[in-house]
Write a protein that binds this ligand. Structure first.
Ligand SMILES: Cc1cc2nc3c(=O)[nH]c(=O)nc-3n(C[C@H](O)[C@H](O)[C@H](O)COP(=O)(O)OP(=O)(O)OC[C@H]3O[C@@H](n4cnc5c(N)ncnc54)[C@H](O)[C@@H]3O)c2cc1C
Length: 513
């Protein structure tokens, strides 16, 4: 790892999962990056347990897919149980539009370790532990960041600072930026256990007003119980193993005596920072938004921030895009992060019924709704999750591109093997389309100069890889075996699409009349 005295281009405060994801993405893009972390080592707290399909796609882009997947159980759903313990609704999505199942079980400390180890690939990225951010001053050129290193003051000069320093973000506090929203009175006891003996594919959520409870599987036999606490519950009593092991035994007797990994009480917040940028300072992850854990989306939102920021910072540091590209960061990310917070709150209302009557009404309504196939599909397939889509930001709007969205990632076929689409797109802007000349021209004229890394011509699912006259080998050809890319091009009435490095549609090359 790089440890010399040269100034970094980007200084990241916080070696949590968001800071380390951003550092890996910047590393793959060749950006000199320094991460400072106040603690002496990585955070061992097992918080997040659900990683979504978009996050896995981002980690694929960071070149860490295989390393991450070794600690992930792909594809798990949720079974909701009513106040009598009977199943009444389920979320078990089967579609994999971004290349992966929509819900995957993982453990945060294992991911953080993998992300940290991933940085060893780059001699232009370093992490320095025991470095605590204290203050900064900035000018037109960049920012001077002051930190405390074991009682000694140190200053590092950088072009950009990204605050990934968590919910209490000292950087955000220093900027006097407010987190608007609410903190809720409900508190939950989280109990992590190991060496599970009973198979468990899907999360069981018991929407029981007496004691709302969640039982979640994890990789390598991990098991988590979450119990909602009631008014009057005393911390010392609920944290007493004799009590919570009784609660566990009431759900699944075989789980009762499993080895305890950790027990902790959490409150929850639904808050968003009023500004995500302050000159040369940007905020990402929990520093920018706090999501209630009911939808398992807090960290996933933070990974989306990292994916959105990394290529913009890299392009502007190379001089390929103007500084104004950073204004699109909050414009694009804030509405989506806020929509996921609202979704988490709605799920929380179902999961935390206040009375048997309230539970019976909500659960009966959901049970009846699930009798209608379209409603059942809406819930089962997680269609209520806000789409990665935005109507304002860094893209070229046109008649058919009024709002941009994350392009799907189907498997495509090259003559040699099947691969996920992103593997043939490269790390920069890319063009996919039907015609080599159109793709080449779009790569030259529509993508920001010097930023195009992938030119891909699609072969229809029913066609072979017949040599095309005039094919000069600058484009790659892959077969759209699933027909998903044909459907995407048709939906935008396009002969080709330009994708951003984070795989959102940047512009549409219309069909020739
Ligand atoms: C019980 C629970 C369950 C959850 N479940 C899920 C889930 O299933 N899925 C999901 O997506 N999310 C979930 N979340 C949310 C998820 O854990 C957080 O969103 C995630 O940890 C945020 O990552 P981060 O990197 O932004 O911040 P953090 O993980 O808080 O990391 C911030 C880092 O900054 C460092 N730091 C702070 N101050 C300084 C300073 N002055 N100088 C230097 N470094 C500093 C800290 O030491 C820390 O290492 C859950 C949260 C909880 C509490």
């Amino acid at each position: 790892m790089w440890m010399d005295e040269k100034d970094p281009d980007v200084l990241i405060v916080g070696a949590g999962p968001v800071g380390l994801t951003l550092a890996n993405l910047l590393g793959t893009l060749g950006v000199r990056t320094l991460v400072i972390e106040r603690n002496a080592a990585l955070e061992p707290e097992p918080r997040a347990v659900t990683l979504d399909d978009e996050s896995l796609r981002t980690l694929q882009g960071a070149g860490l897919l295989e390393a991450v997947l070794k600690d992930v159980v792909l594809g798990y759903g949720v079974q909701y149980h009513d106040w009598r313990g009977q199943p009444f609704a389920a979320i078990q999505p089967t579609r994999q539009e971004y290349g992966y199942p929509k819900r995957n079980a993982f453990r945060q400390p294992l991911l953080v370790r993998t992300l940290y180890e991933g940085l060893a690939r780059f001699d232009h990225v370093a992490v320095q532990f025991g470095h605590s951010f204290t203050s900064f001053e900035q000018d037109e050129e960049g920012i001077s960041v002051h930190m405390d290193v074991g009682g000694t003051a140190r200053t590092v000069r950088a072009r950009w600072l990204v605050a990934c320093d968590g919910g209490r973000s000292p950087v955000r506090e220093f900027c006097k930026i407010v987190l608007e929203g609410e903190t809720y009175a409900e508190r939950w006891l989280i109990v992590d256990l190991a060496q599970r003996t009973v198979p468990l594919r899907h999360t069981s959520t018991y929407c029981d007003p007496k004691r709302p409870t969640i039982r979640l599987p994890g990789p390598r036999g991990a098991l988590r119980y979450e119990f909602m606490l009631r008014e009057g519950d005393r911390d010392d009593e609920v944290l007493d193993e004799r009590n919570f092991r009784e609660w566990i035994a009431r759900r699944v007797p075989a789980d009762r005596d499993l080895p305890l990994v950790r027990k902790v009480i959490y409150g929850f917040h639904a808050r968003v920072a009023t500004r995500w940028r302050e000159g040369h300072v940007l905020f990402a992850g929990d520093a920018a938004h706090l999501t209630p854990p009911f939808a398992g989306q807090g960290l996933n939102s933070g990974i989306r921030d990292a994916a959105n920021l990394a290529w913009k910072l890299a392009a502007l540091l190379r001089g390929s895009l103007p500084e104004s590209v950073l204004d699109s960061y909050e414009q694009e990310r804030r509405p989506h992060a806020a929509a996921l917070i609202r979704m988490a709150l709605r799920i929380g209302r179902v999961m935390q019924p206040k009375s048997v009557l309230g539970a019976a009404l909500t659960q009966t309504a959901l049970r009846v709704a699930c009798l209608v196939p379209a409603c059942r599909d809406y819930i089962l397939q997680l269609k209520f999750k806000p789409k990665p889509r935005f109507s304002q930001g860094c893209f070229l709007p046109s008649a058919t591109l009024t709002a941009t969205e994350l392009a799907p990632q189907p498997w495509v076929q090259s003559p040699a093997k099947d691969v996920r689409l992103d593997e043939v797109l490269g790390a920069g802007f890319s063009v996919i389309g039907w015609d080599a000349a159109v793709v080449r021209e779009a790569a030259l004229n529509v993508t920001p100069r010097g930023l195009c890394t992938g030119q891909v011509v699609l072969v229809r699912s029913e066609d072979d890889f017949l040599d095309i006259p005039g094919d000069d080998g600058t484009v790659l050809r892959v077969r759209d075996a699933s027909g998903e890319l044909a459907a995407l091009l048709a939906r935008f009435d396009a002969s080709a699409l330009v994708l951003r490095p984070d795989r959102y549609v940047y512009s549409v090359v219309p069909k020739l009349a």
